[in-house]
Design a protein around this ligand. Structure first.
Ligand SMILES: Nc1nc2c(c(=O)[nH]1)N[C@H]1C(S)=C(S)[C@@H](COP(=O)(O)OP(=O)(O)OC[C@H]3O[C@@H](n4cnc5c(=O)[nH]c(N)nc54)[C@H](O)[C@@H]3O)O[C@H]1N2
Ligand SMILES: Nc1nc2c(c(=O)[nH]1)N[C@H]1C(S)=C(S)[C@@H](COP(=O)(O)OP(=O)(O)OC[C@H]3O[C@@H](n4cnc5c(=O)[nH]c(N)nc54)[C@H](O)[C@@H]3O)O[C@H]1N2
Ligand SMILES: [Mo]
Length: 773
């Protein structure tokens, strides 16, 4: 699909992250998106106490911050939403779906904002206008036709507000199912499922204030310069204070080396920069579990040595005694693990593992952050739990300046889960919801993302509704997922911009255009705010300030309320009344969910409020009432090991990541400048020694195929080989172009997350695209 012509360049980047390079790109973006003059001011209201929450990432904002928190990629996200380009009914009249399918995802994005609700017309193979009421009636009719409510699946992408997400889950549960696939299933699910077993809750335990006190910060599998640029500002301060910052990542990501802060004119004018990470530990892809186990083993050894020498213990014995369960079994397992195994499985030499253990043990206040590099593997839940174990060994949880810091993706993905977007709800949550709204909620667990696609393939799911996102492209196994979606009776997308998912549709299909977070949302003559929860559990209100992209847009809250009203009626819930006044939705959230007492009053404070995280206060909501050390073994019989048995060392482990110029499936532009890639996306990063071993050269082109055991041919063609400093046996390429390579059945244990960062693949030399037929 996204075959960019081989006109790009590969050129190493020698400047610090952010800096003048970022400013230049901001200017280019504003011009390219044709952002209307009046909307520039929006950019300066981003993440301000009286502005809107950036629709970019979930990194929190400094409370009461009065300086403009500059962020290149936040600007891109806002500019993409504030574009003056429009996708109107005339646009749809001019293009068949067949024709639009030939455009790249980048081209689809460039058409601009959706203006009117449209319905698919099979006779012409085009979308044509439909009234809002007509759209709601069609949805209600198709949902009511189903023989069971479980034949419908309701997707959420993490941009939806708490208000929209809460109404959505209430409607869906009243309709009768827990089928809530969401982007989180592909993202931090290993965190959300792994941490409750160790510390009782699947959220981080730190706030920004802790970053001011930490002396050691360990960053696992994360590329903040691109994906959480405002985090760099925080790291810069930490670094200048003398904190030790370590990046644990197969790649030496540029943004973690040096950073020039656009907030600090001196750095910009003198072309100086702040060094961020002092140490780079480079596991092979998927090697973190063994690495962490090695670090934990070494910490135990250091403690033994301290005991022998009669000096201060390395373990926090008081914490372990008072607050934890299962330490002895955990320690015994560590002692039994062999160093050669740990080295081989992590890809990290023993001296580096020991160095990391020393840094960790020297830290008095340690924060561990992590991203997709830890969560998209087969053993991700075990890895997150091992990280939690390690932090517990020295009492680094629930202490000032220390703690667990999963860094989420979408700006409200954490809030969505908090307010009930959860296919495996607890019985207590359902009891409460049923009591407040006087109904009997469905008790059985629903489908997650992978299960939804499987259920479509088996004919069990016939209606798909997406509250945002790009389900067809963000998910694995693209051709099979396309078939699955096309087998549906109805597909509905509530969206701001055109994307591939709208083109891969069911027998009936609707696109329902909605307001973005930057836009004024007026209901009942009053501008409404919506609330979101960031990665550090701060809940705050966000007011849009741009004039909506079209007069015919409805808010997400209004769309959800109308679908509910048309489908199940308003006997029990005054859907339309709630949509007319969002504070009533917040009252309903307050009645249902713990921690939202005085919701409407508390969001009136600048910066909002912190939603209580029990583990932060060393209140352990686990079965044992303590924080649990969890023992997991290193697995040897993995799909990658099996692939290597078949094909030997030619099997490469593929990790799929984001480039600098994309927001998930939304491609803003074709550069990844910190990694030195310009004007193209179909590249494979590969080690020099592996090129030699495979008899290939940088600059040649390859096709990729997956080694999997189900007989399905999975391939992605035409990638340029780029020699890169990446561990042997590992390659990197961009998502979503590589999703056809991810088998639907390749998922993380327990969390069922597609293993987007460990796919066994083979490389096959191919002709340059221009010469290929
Ligand atoms: N501008 C922008 N911002 C975004 C997004 C975006 O697409 N664009 N997406 C948002 C979303 S939804 C999310 S989830 C986050 C994602 O933010 P990140 O978590 O940073 O996601 P990725 O770019 O997928 O890659 C993460 C890093 O993991 C490393 N890695 C790969 N495999 C391994 C491994 O086995 N071990 C270790 N230790 N590291 C590994 C890669 O080298 C890369 O540096 O960003 C959010 N913010
Ligand atoms: N191979 C591979 N696959 C991956 C990943 C990976 O690293 N590698 N990462 C995974 C991760 S972490 C995630 S989170 C998922 C992301 O999966 P999704 O969340 O489904 O994908 P996005 O690309 O973020 O969705 C973009 C679309 O959302 C719509 N949109 C934007 N803003 C709004 C809004 O305010 N309201 C509404 N209603 N719609 C809006 C627009 O139409 C836009 O086209 O992808 C996952 N897939
Ligand atoms: Mo994500």
């Amino acid at each position: 699909m996204d075959k960019s012509k081989p006109q790009g360049r590969i050129e190493p980047y020698h400047h610090p992250a952010a800096g003048w390079g970022a400013l230049k790109y901001v200017a280019i973006n504003l011009i390219k998106e044709k952002v209307a003059g009046g909307n520039y001011r929006t950019l300066f209201k981003q993440n301000q106490p009286d502005g809107f929450d950036c629709p970019g990432c979930a990194w929190p904002d400094r409370k009461h911050s009065s300086t403009f928190e500059f962020c290149e990629n936040g600007v891109k996200a806002v500019a993409a939403e504030s574009t003056t380009k429009r996708v109107t009914p005339a646009f749809f009249e001019a293009h068949t779906i067949e024709a639009l399918m030939k455009q790249t995802d980048y081209e689809l994005e460039q058409h601009g904002r959706l203006t009117d609700p449209v319905v698919y017309d099979a006779l012409t193979d085009k979308y044509k206008p439909i009234s809002w009421n007509g759209a709601f009636a069609l949805i209600a009719e198709e949902l009511k036709k189903l023989s069971s409510p479980h034949q419908a699946a309701f997707y959420t992408s993490g941009r939806a507000s708490n208000e929209a997400a809460f109404l959505y889950q209430l409607f869906v549960r009243m309709f009768g199912t827990n089928n809530f696939p969401d982007c989180s299933n592909m993202c931090h699910e290993a965190t959300s499922r792994g941490l409750p077993m160790t510390v009782g809750i699947g959220k981080g335990t730190v706030t920004l204030d802790d970053f001011e006190l930490a002396d050691t910060i360990l960053i696992f599998g994360q590329n903040p310069a691109t994906n959480h640029p405002r985090m760099l500002g925080e790291l810069r301060e930490c670094s200048r204070r003398g904190a030790t910052i370590v990046s644990i990542n197969p790649l030496r990501e540029r943004g973690l080396e040096r950073f020039a802060s656009p907030q600090h004119p001196i750095e910009m004018l003198t072309l100086s920069s702040t060094k961020i990470a002092s140490t780079f530990i480079r596991p092979k892809v998927g090697g973190d579990f063994a690495l962490l186990k090695g670090v934990a083993k070494r910490v135990l050894e250091l403690d033994d040595e301290a005991c022998e020498r009669g000096v201060e213990r390395v373990l926090d014995v008081d914490f372990i005694d008072a607050h934890t369960h299962g330490f002895d079994a955990f320690a015994a397992d560590l002692r039994a693990e062999s160093w050669p195994t740990l080295e081989a499985e992590s890809g990290v030499p023993r001296e580096d593992i020991e160095a990391l253990a020393r840094i960790y043990a020297n830290g008095r206040r340690v924060i561990a952050t992590w991203g997709m590099g830890l969560t998209q593997h087969k053993n991700s839940v075990a890895t997150v739990q091992m990280l939690s174990n390690l932090m517990m060994m020295r009492g680094n949880i629930g202490r000032e300046g220390a703690g667990l810091c999963p860094v989420r993706g979408h700006s409200n993905v954490q809030g969505n889960r908090t307010v009930g977007i959860e296919e495996k709800p607890t019985q207590e949550f359902l009891d409460r919801l049923g009591k407040v709204f006087d109904f009997e909620p469905p008790r059985e667990h629903g489908y997650d993302v992978v299960e939804t696609i499987e259920a479509m393939i088996e004919g069990h799911v016939k209606v798909f509704i997406g509250l945002g996102g790009n389900f067809a492209i963000a998910t694995p196994d693209t051709p099979r997922t396309f078939d699955a979606l096309r087998s549906c009776d109805l597909t509905v997308h509530i969206a701001t911009k055109l994307n591939r998912s709208h083109l891969v549709h069911g027998r009936h299909a609707l696109i329902l255009p909605t307001l973005g977070r930057t836009e004024i949302d007026e209901q009942g003559g009053v501008a409404q705010g919506v609330t979101v929860e960031d990665s550090m559990s701060m809940v705050h209100i966000s007011y849009g300030m741009n004039v909506p992209a079209s007069k015919n847009l409805l808010s997400e809250v209004a769309i959800v309320a109308n679908i509910a009203h048309a489908t199940i009626g308003s006997d029990k819930v005054d859907w339309l009344g709630m949509a007319n006044d969002y504070s009533r939705v917040r009252d309903a959230i307050e009645q249902t969910i713990e921690g939202f007492e005085d919701y409407n009053a508390r969001i009136a404070h600048p910066g909002g409020f912190h939603l209580r995280v029990a583990s932060r206060e060393r209140d352990w909501k686990t079965g044992t009432g303590k924080a649990n050390f969890v023992v997991n073994a290193i697995e040897h019989d993995t799909p990658i090991a099996r692939a290597k048995k078949l094909h030997g060392e030619r099997v490469m482990v593929l990790m799929t990541t984001r480039s600098h110029d994309q927001y998930n499936t939304t491609i803003y532009a074709l550069d990844d400048r910190y990694r030195g890639v310009f004007g193209q996306r179909r590249v494979v990063f590969i080690n020099r020694a592996d090129l030699d071993m495979l008899g290939l050269k940088a600059g040649e082109w390859v096709d990729l195929t997956t080694v999997w055991d189900d007989g399905v041919d999975r391939r992605a063609d035409s990638f340029l080989l780029v020699e890169y400093d990446i561990p042997r046996g590992c390659i990197g390429a961009y998502y979503p172009e590589t999703n056809p390579l991810v088998p639907l059945s390749s998922v993380g244990d327990v969390c069922n997350t597609p293993t987007s960062k460990s796919i066994p693949v083979l490389l096959h030399r191919s002709a340059p695209p221009a010469l290929a037929a």
